[in-house]
Design a protein around this ligand. Structure first.
Ligand SMILES: [Zn+2]
Length: 262
């Protein structure tokens, strides 16, 4: 007689206070997409839910269907991603990932490929030397899987193949422009052939091929500019964690992803 109950893997994307000791959660799941849930009493020390519903954690949730919102009845941590949640160099990339995923998805739309990408990315940000690479790959793949695939093989305007130089990127049109079409978007900016190549690799489903590339700092900065302008164009405003990351980069803080030549 437990038809009301269901069990799912979940990653918390956002939390709000709910009532005196509870929280409303926005979670991402493999089979139900994004959904909102209530966790009652979760902020009480005695709650068995406490400590299991942190962002950047893979959990198993048992929830009871409600008329409006479902209620969490049980939760277990499956993967804690300890480095991604405690190492400041990694935390910001993790937060950027879940915030952007939240921005680009609607509730109740299942997307198994996005779920797999999310979990793989959290593992990479947690374990790999360079969390920047994993976060950049995630963003480009998220754009592709959400219907914003950047056009990088040819000119997005006239569809001619690109030359090796004088390439511009248009965040508004979502792709590269040839010299003849560069004025099609006043916000278009020059990009190198290497940055275009990296963007093309990041758009492909093979992380291995992308991760093999040793990316020079200049090209990394170019991809950051492409991602920043694309986020602005797609979501209308920059996501908060990216703004924070930028601020930290400009101060004395230096992410491990941002190795710079002396
Ligand atoms: Zn063109």
């Amino acid at each position: 007689m437990h038809e009301r109950l269901y069990k799912t893997h979940a990653v918390v994307l956002r939390r709000y206070d709910f009532g005196e000791a509870g929280r409303q959660l926005v979670v991402y799941t493999p089979n139900l997409g994004k959904l909102s849930m209530i966790a009652k009493g979760v902020k009480r020390v005695t709650s068995k839910l406490a400590g299991h519903l942190e962002p950047l954690t893979l959990s198993t949730i048992v929830a009871a269907r409600g008329r409006n919102l479902d209620t969490v009845t049980q939760v277990d941590t499956v993967e804690a991603f300890v480095h991604a949640r405690t190492d400041p160099d990694r935390v910001y990339y993790g937060l950027l990932v879940i915030e952007l995923l939240d921005k680009l998805t609607l509730e109740g739309e299942e997307n198994r490929a996005l779920w797999d990408l999310l979990i793989q990315t959290l593992r990479r940000i947690d374990a790999e030397d360079d969390p920047w690479a994993a976060a950049a790959y995630f963003q480009v793949r998220l754009f592709v899987l959400s219907g914003y695939k950047p056009e990088v093989g040819r000119c997005v305007e006239c569809e001619q193949p690109l030359e090796a130089s004088n390439i511009h990127f248009s965040p508004t049109l979502g792709g590269t422009l040839c010299p003849n079409c560069r004025t099609a978007d006043t916000r278009a900016f020059a990009v190198s052939a290497n940055a275009v190549k990296l963007l093309r690799l990041a758009a492909s489903p093979s992380y291995a091929a992308y991760a093999r590339i040793r990316v020079p700092v200049g090209v990394r900065d170019e991809l950051d500019a492409i991602l920043h302008s694309s986020r602005l164009s797609i979501t209308d405003r920059e996501v908060g964690s990216a703004t924070l990351l930028e601020t930290l980069k400009r101060s004395s803080y230096r992410p491990i992803g941002g190795r710079r030549e002396p």
